[in-house]
Ligand binder design. Structure first.
Ligand code: GUN
Length: 292
């Protein structure tokens, strides 16, 4: 039976450590400030942003929520970003994705000052990540590497198979795990929707990371016995027995896969809380660097 990679417990520990550092440093300095921009009423986005703001409050960071209806124009959004870029009391800016289709996400992300891009989505940060330079690492991939590091999962020389090539998760994770570092030094295979015979690859994985957004996609037969299985999926599936009318399910068939994996992340309580902890880490880093 697999051991649990407990993202909830680890995120609480990391967040508490950052909170202590802020309490010490912000006696003379102002507190770090995260500005979050939320457009429209996409329910999961609202829940994620509220969680981020709540965690800021918990650690003693300032936060501001800039919430607009989906008919905001691209020019108005660019103006807001420009204002936050110039505001010396703002350390981190995040624009919750996805944006409405009339807004060009690329243009919006590129408008954020790279030194305030705590999501690590700006091409300059992604480019620095690909080159192995210091940068803001996107929160979910950073959270995954923090989990591997904390539980001392050996990655050097291992075959890591990543399912999903998104710019937010799969692609940056492939850079992180292939780099010459720790965690890192993996042989990485990046599978995606056009990969032929995906099971051929997943069965070879020492570390299998599922980030495709398809509930219960990874079945027991697809997993090599003893593999480390990381589930990035947070899918809402209808469940009328729940008050909300849905429950959260990962991309991995947890019940069956836990029998043969060596380590596994639960959903909820695995990668999700680590994403928030990593965002808090990035905001702390942005603030520390601005205050230097
Ligand atoms: N949408 C899904 N994941 C993320 C994230 O990590 N950051 C932002 N800004 N939007 C997202």
């Amino acid at each position: 039976m697999a051991q649990l990679l407990d993202g909830k417990a680890l995120s609480e520990k990391l967040v508490a450590e950052i909170s202590t550092k802020i309490a010490t440093k912000s006696i003379e300095l102002r507190a770090p400030h995260l500005a979050a921009i939320l457009i429209g009423d996409h329910a999961p986005s609202k829940a994620y942003v509220n969680n981020k703001i709540k965690t800021c409050e918990k650690v003693g960071m300032a936060s501001s929520l800039h919430s607009y209806s989906s008919d905001i124009t691209e020019a108005e959004l660019l103006n807001l970003i420009e204002k936050l870029n110039r505001d010396n009391t703002v350390d981190g800016i995040l624009v919750q994705l996805p944006l409405p289709s009339h807004i060009n996400s690329k243009r919006i992300i590129e408008a954020i000052l790279p030194s305030k891009d705590v999501d690590g989505f700006h091409p300059l940060n992604i480019g620095n990540l690909a080159k192995g330079y210091d940068c803001f690492v996107p929160a979910t991939p950073l959270g995954v590497t923090m989990l591997l590091d904390h539980y001392k999962i050996k990655t050097g020389g291992k075959h890591c198979v990543i399912l999903g090539r998104s710019a937010i998760v799969g692609q940056p994770l492939s850079f992180l795990l292939a780099r010459n570092g720790n965690p890192g030094n993996c042989t990485v295979t990046l599978c995606h929707s056009k990969t032929v015979n995906i099971t051929h690859y997943t069965r070879q994985a020492d570390i299998l990371i599922a980030a495709l957004g398809i509930p219960n996609f990874v079945k027991k037969e697809m997993v090599k016995p003893g593999a480390v299985v990381i589930d990035v999926g947070i899918n809402r599936v209808e469940d009328l027995s729940k008050k909300a009318g849905y429950r959260l399910t990962g991309d991995v068939d947890f019940e069956a896969v836990q029998d043969i994996a060596s380590w596994i992340t639960p959903v909820p309580g695995g990668v999700g809380p680590m994403t928030i902890a990593a965002l808090i880490f990035n905001t702390y880093k942005a603030w520390s660097e601005r205050m230097m």
